[in-house]
Ligand binder design. Structure first.
Ligand code: INI
Length: 155
């Protein structure tokens, strides 16, 4: 007997998406934004249906993501930022709060959110993940959000 399987088509046509991005480390985050936009447009989305919201840092991203999701105006949200470890434990607080907040906002609103927060030990690691050696995590976050939207439509 064939296994009943539900999967999402990677088709962004007609989807309204908010991209919530930090200004901190903007030279990295801008690459993540470009990757996410390029991915969505190449998968049938249109730039008119995309809204970019900029916030100071990763810590501020979840609240904006939650408000956008609650508005009912978006099928999904892509959260983008880059946290690079410094000499103090600040890194851990910012990363943890952002991850926790985005997960909570997505669960609470039922709106799929792609989590594209780089959490790196060095600038080199961030560069590698923003469109070079290790791919582009903005693309991955947009793809994960898109797939989740299309799966949830069928559940
Ligand atoms: N925010 C980031 O997005 N990335 C970082 O690397 C970072 N560091 O290292 O401090 C960072 N801090 C700012 C934080 O997100 C808040 O904007 C700030 O604490 C004000 O609330």
């Amino acid at each position: 007997m064939p296994l009943k399987t539900i999967e999402g088509q990677l088709n962004a046509q007609g989807l309204k998406v908010a991209i919530v991005a930090a200004r901190f480390n903007d030279f990295i985050v801008d690459r993540l934004i470009s990757g996410a936009v390029d991915y969505l447009v190449r998968h049938g989305g249109s730039e008119e249906n995309l809204t970019l919201v900029r916030l100071p840092g990763a810590f501020e991203l979840p609240l904006a993501a939650q408000k956008l999701a609650r508005s009912g105006n978006y099928h999904g949200v892509v959260v983008l930022g880059a946290v690079i470890r410094g000499a103090t434990p600040h890194f851990d607080y910012v990363c943890n709060e952002c991850a926790k907040g985005v997960a909570q906002a997505s669960m609470e609103t039922g709106v799929p959110m792609g989590f594209g927060l780089l959490t790196c030990d060095s600038l080199d690691q961030a560069i590698e993940r923003a469109g070079s050696k290790a791919g582009n995590k903005g693309v991955e976050a947009a793809s994960a959000m898109l797939e989740t939207i299309r799966v949830l439509e069928q559940l």
